[in-house]
Design a protein around this ligand. Structure first.
Ligand code: SAM
Length: 245
């Protein structure tokens, strides 16, 4: 896949983990929306894209949601406002603390400082997995392993939503040429990784939509590569109509 460093057959996961921790250490100073979005116009973009992203999710009422890479909680309160319960996970202590300070009062959120590549949860304990800009900070094999674990954490008929920057970065804060280990995959790469995952040969992901562009970024930044996926956990024998690109 074209997301691997040139001339290297296999990515060393220990190096990827170190790079990503270092990248986010350098980016976490004031726990701001600008840091979350990597953009100087983050406030304006946030106002417009947040409702757009949330509208792509199905009704969350009564659901248990796992939010991966939750950061300072741009989405956490809206999700918690609809859902029964949210587990918000981020590996940067300052981000998850800020999220907790801001949103603890909602009373239905568990805040977890953890690297998602090391996360483990009981089978069928989650109805919806939500992540906005997370997979791009994981190596291919890590995305694949997380997709497999998440399939087992989800209940039958549960959903996995994710949004990623494909081909190019989303914001103007990380300058060209500076240290940036982010994987800007193609949408086909993401679909292929999730398509290959199955749970005990019984459950698979079925795409509800794949590579749907975020209109806010087309409008404000002429960027049509901010892409979203919604996948449903279905029984293998009910996935004949799977719509994989
Ligand atoms: C671009 S920010 C997005 C934050 C939030 N989802 C949003 O849209 O505002 C990416 C977040 O993912 C977190 N992150 C990256 N890799 C992670 C990992 N392996 N485990 C947990 N969190 C991770 C970062 O700390 C950061 O908060």
């Amino acid at each position: 896949m074209d997301c691997q460093p040139q001339g290297q057959e296999k990515v060393d996961h220990a190096d990827v983990r170190e790079d990503m921790v270092e990248f986010w250490r350098e980016l976490s100073h004031d726990c701001s929306v600008q840091e979350m979005m990597g953009d100087e116009n983050a406030d304006e973009l946030d106002q417009e894209e947040r409702p757009e992203i949330l509208a792509m999710l199905h009704d969350l009422s009564g659901k248990r949601v796992l939010e991966l890479g939750a950061g300072i909680g741009r989405f956490t309160p809206s999700v918690a406002g609809q859902a029964d319960h949210v587990t918000a996970v981020d590996f940067v202590e300052a981000f998850i603390k800020k999220n907790e300070e801001t949103n603890r009062h909602l009373g239905n959120i568990v805040f977890l400082q953890a690297d998602v590549t090391r996360l483990d949860l009981p089978p069928e304990s989650v109805d919806v997995v939500f992540s906005n800009w997370l997979m791009q900070y994981l190596a291919d094999e890590e995305v694949s392993a997380l997709a497999a674990k998440a399939l087992s954490w989800l209940t039958d008929g549960g959903y996995f939503f994710f949004r990623e920057s494909c081909f190019e970065k989303s914001g103007n804060k990380v300058k060209d040429g500076s240290f940036n280990p982010t994987f800007y995959r193609s949408p086909a790469d993401y679909s292929a990784i999730f398509y290959a995952v199955a749970q005990d040969g019984r459950y698979v992901y079925q795409e509800q939509f794949a590579g749907r562009a975020v209109k806010t970024y087309i409008k404000h930044k002429n960027n049509k590569h901010q892409l979203c996926w919604l996948l449903k956990k279905v029984r293998h024998d009910r996935s004949d109509d799977v719509n994989i690109k």
